[in-house]
Structures are given as C-alpha cells and as structure tokens.
Design a protein around this ligand. Structure first.
Ligand code: GLA
Length: 507
C-alpha cells in the first residue's frame, strides 16, 4: 500500500500531495451495482494512534462524465472525470494534474482500480459507513484578539512535514534540534523546531488529547528543544480531524491551548482541514479567532500560524485574530512549477505583510532533492524578497554543502528579516521577472529570476528601483561580491531558472 497525503489547493479543497496518509481502498463486491453513481466505501491504513482511516466516494455518472467527492477522516475533495465503457478516470477538481489519480473499472457491481497507483476494490456504502457528524458549534461573535507581540520579522525554523510527513517522531525532533545547533542554523535565526501532523493520540474521557507512540513525552521533548536554545512548535486543526485524519481541536480549543502552553509550546500551526466539513469559508475568521483567544488566554507567547491555503481573503483579517502568519497557497511540492506557482499566488497579498503578520507561501523545499541548485537559490531568494516565513523542510542532519550555503546565506536571510517588513512585488519582462524589496535603511534588494530553461541576461536599471538617491554600491548576494553599476545599470548572465540577487545601496 502506498502512502499518499491529501493536501489543499487554493480553492480550499483537499488535494493529493506527495507523502503521508494513505488511502488504500479495499472494497468488496456488490453484484447489483450497474452504474458508478452512488456511494462507495473504502477502508484505509491504521493511523499511528491505532485508529482506522477510511474513505467514502460519492459519485455521479452522467453518460461519459463522472463527478463527485472523495472524503476521508480529515479531508474532503471534489473530483471529476470521464467514463469510457466500464473504465473511468478521476481527477481532483482544480488540481491541474496531468494524470488521473484514481482509475478503475466497474464490473459485477464492484469497482476495481488503482488510487495513486495502488490497487483497490470498492463496494457500495451503506448508511452505517457514513462519517459521524459532530454537533455544530456556533462560531463566536467577531472581536479583535490582542497582538501577541511576536514575529516582528518573518518566523524562521524547521518543520517536519515536507520531508518526514507521518514519519516524524521524538527522536527525529531531538536529533534535528541538535543539528540546528551544530549546523549553525539556530545562530542564523532558524529558531523554531516545528512538529507537524501525526503526533496525536486519542482523546480520553476528560477530553484530554494524548500523543501517540511516536511522542512518548511531549513536555520532555519541549524541554530538550528549549535546552538547545530553540523553540518548539506543534500542529492542530479547528475541525474534528487534522488533514491526516488525527483528532483535532474542534470543541476543545481552550483545553488544547492550555495543554500546549503547559508542554511549553511556542508556535501553533492551525490547519483548516476538516473544518471545511462543518463551516463555510465565510466563517474562517471567527473560527480562527476562537483559537487566537484560547492561545492569548494561556498567557504564553505562542506564534499563531493560520493554515487555510489562501481561503477567505485571510490577509485582510489575519491580524485581527492575532495570526502571525497565514498561508496564501495550497501545499508546495519539491518542484519548480509548484514553487513558482506558490510564489505567484503570494503576489496580490503584498500590501498586507508587515511586522507581526506575514503572508506564507508554504515551507521551504531547499535541499529535498527535486530541484536544481539554481532553482533552490531562486526559491530562497523569492522567499527572502517576499518576506515569507523561512521554515526549512529538509533533513538538517545530513544536508550537503550546497544546501547549507543556500539556507545559511546570511546576506539573503538579512533581506528576509529586514525590520521594515515589506513584501517585494514582481515586474515581468518576457522570461525575466524582477522583484524589488525596499529595506529599512533606504537600500533595496532586487532579484531577477530567469523563468526560461536556458541562460539569460538580467539587467537591473537603477531607474526601476525607486531609489531615494543614486547608486552608491551594489552587492551580489549569491557570489558575495560587490558589483558596479555603469550608466545606471548592471547586467549579468543568469542560469536557467536561476536568480541574480543584489543589495543596492544609495547615497
Ligand atoms: C496540510 C497542510 C500541510 C501539512 C499537512 C499535514 O496539507 O497544508 O502543510 O500540515 O496538512 O496533514
């Protein structure tokens, strides 16, 4: 059985990502089923807390067209596709995937096929297979949550999800914390060590959420991380389940916030996930406010990271619920198209970034192996220019010298951490995209990204930089060399998908 993760796209639907929760569908036959229309049930993998993942497919066949939903514990996605004879193919709505993720054949009232390449057999669902519907809890009335005083510059750290997904455990976090120190990451500003989904156990009779076998003692782990001069983050959802299908904070917000504070948690990523099965996008603000209030009332400074895939114009109200950062996009994948797609989606949010509250185009993939070094330098440069949170998503313990040189480039980090907190916006000139970020000292950072798959010549013109004086000096932040503007401009060759990143000082 293959492991797959359902993650979200910008439309708020859950989409299949690279690794994680498995949905291996095991279904049995029902001879009477003649059409794909109907409800089909599937059992999935056993989660780390001993619970069973399962899925329901609600399908509607209209001639050769097929549509519907796929829902599991913690996720739901709309699907569409086609039927040809007994064969069908399904895509996630809005995923823009080139290949169908679910294909199969209907025969003798059962579906046999593959989901993400894994074989499955499907049987018609009965009412007993339906997911339980928890009692509806009204969203609270809107009111501003006081600012927690944190994240005056974009948060920096490491997060377990991009590389480890459900494989993260206590030992991984401890050794990663060690590596954050020995690699110099901590001293470069990467302070938060964040545990993402799959740490959760089950709730006991008093509603207390335990950890699963991978995290035997969260308080002891937090103490360990703190002893290294680092801070620790955790993850939950405002819905009943996390995206991975684990118990989440719905109806237990205050209780969970208190527990996080008692453990010594310093950062919470709060992921919409199954909240979409209860609330509408228009209710995001009060629902996120509820946890903002709960965190605030613990009295512990906890960075509040809203993870809602850019839904509901979050950038307009994020600060009012005391969000320190909020996702502007669906999940990043370790590939050029995904990375660039995420950064383009970040563009309209530029006016809303500033000290204490940041637009988050998702975590870094630098060092995870599926982009070129030039592409990773572009990735890091764009995250720096757009004042995005810098949460490394690679294995810090084993990173190569090149990965180190990218993540630990202090001149690039300084652009990201500039106290003015401005988010760069791009201007496109054919295959070159120029991003300009004003800095607190009156200087500017400028990045020219080569979108082409062959080298190109980037020219930076001083007249395009809205400088408050003439150019005094300029420095290439990847070659670490000073460069000279001549006749008001500077040109350099930029490799395919590479970047020229300058810090330009004015007189
Ligand atoms: C969602 C988030 C990811 C990660 C997973 C965990 O997809 O967007 O960043 O947290 O959930 O299940």
């Amino acid at each position: 059985m293959t492991i797959k993760t359902f993650t979200k796209n910008t439309a708020g639907l859950l989409v299949a990502g690279a690794a994680g929760m498995l949905l291996a569908i095991t279904l049995t036959a029902c001879k009477s089923q003649q059409s794909l229309t109907g409800s089909w049930t599937a059992t999935g993998k056993t989660l780390e807390n001993g619970e069973q993942q399962k899925a329901i497919l609600e399908l509607k066949q209209d001639g050769s067209q097929l549509s519907g939903t796929v829902r599991g514990l913690g996720f739901q996605t709309n699907v569409k596709g086609t039927v040809n004879g007994s064969h069908f193919e399904l895509f996630g709505v809005d995923w823009n995937d080139k290949k169908p993720f679910l294909v199969g054949d209907l025969a003798d009232g059962k579906i046999e096929g593959t989901e993400w390449g894994d074989k499955f057999v499907a049987k018609p669902a009965t009412p007993a297979d339906a997911f339980p519907t928890p009692p509806y809890i009204d969203p609270p009335a809107l009111h501003p949550v006081p600012y927690n005083g944190l994240a005056k510059t974009p948060p920096m750290g490491w997060n377990s999800w991009n590389l480890f997904a459900d494989k993260v455990d206590d030992q991984t976090v401890r050794t990663m914390a060690d590596a954050m120190v020995s690699s110099g990451m901590r001293d470069a500003g990467y302070i938060y060590v964040n545990i993402d989904d799959t740490w959760e156990g089950v709730r006991d009779a008093n509603g207390v959420l335990g950890t699963n076998h991978k995290f035997p003692d969260m308080k002891a782990l937090a103490d360990y991380v703190h002893s290294k001069g680092l801070k620790i983050g955790i993850y939950s959802s405002p819905g009943p389940r996390t995206c991975g299908g684990y118990p989440a904070s719905y109806g237990h917000e205050e209780q969970d916030a208190k527990m996080f504070a008692a453990w010594g948690i310093d950062y919470l990523k709060y992921d919409w996930c199954s909240a979409s099965t209860i609330y509408k996008d228009q209710q995001l603000q009060p629902i996120y406010q509820r946890m903002g209030d709960a965190l605030h009332s613990t009295g512990r400074p906890i960075v509040y990271s809203l993870c809602e895939y850019g839904l509901g114009s979050v950038e307009k109200w994020g600060p009012q619920v005391d969000g320190n950062l909020w996702r502007t996009t669906g999940d990043i994948r370790d590939e050029w198209e995904s990375m660039m797609d995420n950064i383009e989606k970040q563009v309209p949010t530029a006016p809303y970034a500033g000290p204490g509250h940041w637009n988050d185009p998702d975590m870094l993939e630098v060092g995870n192996g599926h982009m070129t070094d030039d592409e990773y330098r572009t990735h890091m440069s764009l995250w720096a220019l757009t004042a995005a949170p810098l949460l490394a998503g690679n294995d810090i313990r084993t990173m190569t010298q090149v990965t180190r040189s990218i993540l630990l480039n202090k001149e690039v980090i300084a652009i990201n951490q500039d106290p003015l907190g401005k988010q760069a916006s791009p201007a496109k000139n054919r295959k070159l995209e120029t991003w300009v970020k004003p800095l607190k000292d009156g200087n500017v950072a400028v990045g020219v990204v080569n979108l082409d798959s062959s080298p190109g010549t980037a020219t930076v013109k001083a007249s395009d930089l809205q400088l408050k004086g003439s150019v005094r000096s300029a420095r290439d932040l990847w070659t670490h060399k000073d460069v000279k503007f001549a006749n008001g401009e500077y040109s350099a060759t930029v490799p395919a998908h590479g970047v020229l990143l300058l810090r330009v000082s004015v007189r």
